[in-house]
Design a binder for this molecule. Sequence first.
Ligand code: GMT
Length: 384
Amino acid sequence: MKIGMVLYPTFGGSGVVGTELGKALASKGHEIHFITYSQPVRLGSFRENIFYHEVAVSDYPLFDYQPYETELTSKLVDVTIHEKLDLLHVHYAIPHASAAYMAQQILKSKGIHIPFVTTLHGTDITLVGKDPSFEPVITFCINQSDAVTAVSESLRRDTFEHFEITRPIYVIPNFIVPSLTPAEVCNQLRIRYAKDGERLLCHVSNFRKVKRVEDVVKIFDLVQRQLPSKLILVGDGPERYNVEQLVRALNLQDKVVFVGKVRDTSHVLEISDLFLLPSETESFGLAALEAMAVGVPVISSNTGGIPEVNIHGVTGYLSDVGNVEEMAEFAISILEQNETLEKFKKAALLRSHDFDIDKILPIYEMVYEEAIINKTKKAAEAAL
Ligand code: GMT
């Protein structure tokens, strides 16, 4: 299949999922055309079957706000025609689903019938999307999509709850592409952050309010009072300043490392003992799954789709949002004894295999095939 993959090229989970999916599809022989405003961070180097089309955003002085959606739409039309695409797959509804719908209508007027699949990722529904200023457009575009997928049962439920949806939504969970760095590399890297006998805790996010990164620091503060440990914070965003202030106020500067944005987080995760994800809401929690995929247990909040990934008492623990005391107790209970930590590490790794790309990819392929067949049928019926 020739697929146009539309996504945010940044560090966000939806961009990571779209990029890794595209790469995996390309390895299976599909032709993947990434269409976005800058090169996706996880795209990596030149590969067979992968093409990247940059959406140039004009800066005409009349525009206080650049019409990205319009330029994206034009690009979708152009790439579909000239690369003879079979399907568009848009990640994150806003504004990708409405751009795809518009492109579809323009193409229809030229006799080209292309289906589009929309994957809902979380904040496009749970935070931004349900805002009344977006709601009518989101509802319309979800209903007009040729197929809709959501990354968890929880997100599917939220979508039906907040929008008037008249079509089915398939749950296709996020996935991991397993690859382990040799232990030797990990050990060398680890001793730069944690001395012998110290535990290493880790958090990765875009430092938005919804991630509650201050809770990460509060949990760590309680843990380090009981166990020698360090915390690595990966990522950057609007809350970083407040988090830095909190670290200083708690006098934890020597124990907390801010490494900023990291393109490939696997190396940081591989040297960690425990991952903290105390988010307010999380449709899936890809960051937690990526930690589990390298054998790191997870302390998380019990919210959104996280319980579909992190199993309480097995791969880590889940607590109510904001209950930092309990999260710290759970963290200590895992980290105190080597045997317990090992048990949780093994269980986390094992669980992550349920989300192996080999299991998830065929489901996307099925959805694509069905969408293409249905579109072709509809176009033929309309032509009669
Ligand atoms: O977490 C973010 O703020 C980024 C956002 C995105 O769309 O890039 O992440 C969402 O999609 C990820 C990939 O499907 C999910 O793993 C995250 O749980 C989800 N974030 C939220 O629901 C807050």
